[in-house]
Design a protein around this ligand. Structure first.
Ligand code: HEC
Length: 156
């Protein structure tokens, strides 16, 4: 039986096991990487969709626009890590250009990252509806800018 002095050590026993399972994850297979990034992109899309409704004045839940803007900025932090080398086959819409033109892809990612920061500061800074609307449009264009060159969109 564990007395109260050793009982609190319980959670620490999990640490080596966690390290072990993380080591196994060091080389995730391509299908998992693709699935992860598609879900990640869907999360971005979900926040953008909800934010669009607020920006257009369709709904107005208090404080939510800042919440979406924060989430979008956080998710835009390092989009390129979602595209490791070798994750270019399988059920993906990522075009080979992502890896063939890695510099251009990085540029598109940093442009969108900047746009997401500008949208967040417009929302936080109380720049008014005009600044919010303009920065939202710029952000949305930055998403599309990357998709146009690097994503093979299926007809939906
Ligand atoms: C630097 C390039 C880049 C940027 C920036 C980018 N995306 Fe993507 N996005 C992609 C690529 C490439 C795919 C295809 C991924 C795949 O299928 O493996 C994708 C896929 C998607 C998908 C489809 C996910 C699925 O499979 O269901 C959505 C939705 C999406 N992006 C939304 C967004 C939104 C919203 C933004 C901006 C806030 C954004 N993306 C910014 C490159 C980008």
């Amino acid at each position: 039986m564990l007395d109260h002095k050793t009982a609190h050590l319980g959670p620490w026993l999990a640490v080596p096991m966690l390290a072990l399972s993380l080591a196994c994850l060091a080389q995730p297979d391509s299908e998992d990487v693709i699935k992860y990034r598609q879900n990640y992109m869907k999360a971005l899309g979900g926040h953008m969709g909800s934010a669009a409704q607020i920006v257009r004045g369709k709904v107005d839940p208090e404080g939510h626009l800042a919440r979406h803007a924060e989430a979008i900025a956080a998710l835009s932090e390092d989009i390129t890590v979602l595209f490791p080398k070798g994750s270019d086959f399988g059920e993906t819409e990522a075009k080979p250009e992502v890896w063939e033109d890695w510099q251009g892809f990085q540029k598109a990612a940093s442009k969108e990252k900047r746009a997401s920061a500008e949208f967040l500061s417009a929302v936080q800074g109380g720049g008014g509806a005009k600044a919010v609307g303009a920065s939202f449009k710029a952000l949305s264009d930055a998403c599309k800018g990357c998709h146009e060159n690097y994503r093979a969109e299926e007809e939906e």
